[in-house]
Design a protein around this ligand. Structure first.
Ligand SMILES: N[C@@H](CCC[C@H](N)C(=O)O)C(=O)O
Length: 282
């Protein structure tokens, strides 16, 4: 099985080319590939399949040639992955499966068709505009933090830290507890602190994330969009440009009246072949 490994601000993925949708990708195989000791190791898998050849992509095949079949490291599905989409587009362009033009490149996902713009240093994707919809609590080792639930195609809970508590003090080796009635399908939880202004932006936020299906990661693109929307709301604004610093680097989120662009580096680091018979079995 051929693979490429890539990452966006440290959020890393195994990319599996499967243009005709022939691969029997199972939750067990995904979890084995993402195993950091006995597999390749990754936060998730991106299967590159023609939209027309994937049951969830077929309806979008008229709008986008390629479908991003995204899986979390534990073998569960997610509707959307912002960094995954950026790395997916980097792969399409690097392998010649798509040719970048001045026009934004469409990509089909479980959350609909997104558009991407590619430069040498960055890939920007237009995400769904974040929708802030509820207040909810995350509890972490006895610390209860109230935050804002946000829909970015996938579910998020954004919790600001109280004054005096550093992001680095949080223990994210365990999942934060959340109310399953508010998040019946689980949730990605972002913890945030504000930071000094960055030139060319309207605000600057630091964030750590515990991802549904992947545990703590170095970055989460949809999470950055959710965090930016909450920070803008807290500043009394609906639109603006936010720098979001994650442990793996910096993402820039630009929210307008009708769009949300997520931008940052997207890097391919290796290509090779996997001996799937040597992977741990589920
Ligand atoms: N890392 C991603 C989000 C991946 C999906 C998430 N774990 C979920 O289950 O919703 C990103 O960059 O957005």
């Amino acid at each position: 099985m051929e693979f490429t490994k890539g990452h966006g601000t440290g959020n890393d993925f195994v990319i599996l080319p499967d243009p005709d949708g022939a691969l029997d990708l199972t939750p067990g195989l995904v979890a084995a590939l993402c195993d950091r000791r006995r597999g390749l190791g990754a936060d998730g898998v991106l299967r590159v399949v023609r939209a027309a050849k994937h049951p969830e992509g077929a309806a979008l095949a008229g709008e986008a040639e390629w479908f991003m079949d995204y899986w979390n490291a534990d073998g569960s599905f997610a509707e959307m992955c912002g960094n995954g989409a950026r790395v997916f587009v980097r792969y399409l362009v690097a392998t010649g499966l798509a040719v970048p033009t001045d026009e934004a490149l469409p990509v089909a996902t479980r959350a609909g068709v997104l558009r991407a713009l590619v430069t040498a240093d960055a890939v920007a994707v237009e995400m769904r505009r974040p929708r802030l919809y509820d207040a909810a609590t995350a509890t972490l080792g006895g610390l209860a933090l109230t935050g804002t639930a946000v829909d970015v195609g996938n579910p998020h809970l954004v919790c600001g830290l109280p004054a005096g508590l550093e992001l680095s003090a949080l223990d994210l080796t365990r999942a934060p507890e959340v109310d399953p009635a508010v998040f019946p399908a689980g949730v990605n939880v972002e913890f945030t602190a504000s930071a000094d202004p960055v030139d060319g932006t309207d605000g600057h936020v630091l964030m750590r994330v515990y991802e549904r299906g992947s545990a703590e990661t170095l970055s989460c693109g949809t999470g950055a969009c959710a965090v930016a929307a909450v920070a803008l709301r807290d500043a009394g604004r609906d639109t603006g440009v936010m720098a979001v610093d994650v442990p793996g680097g910096r993402l820039t989120v630009t929210i307008t009246d009708d769009s949300c662009w997520l931008a940052g580096p997207a890097v391919l680091v290796a290509t090779g072949e996997i001996d799937s018979t040597a992977l741990p079995t589920a």
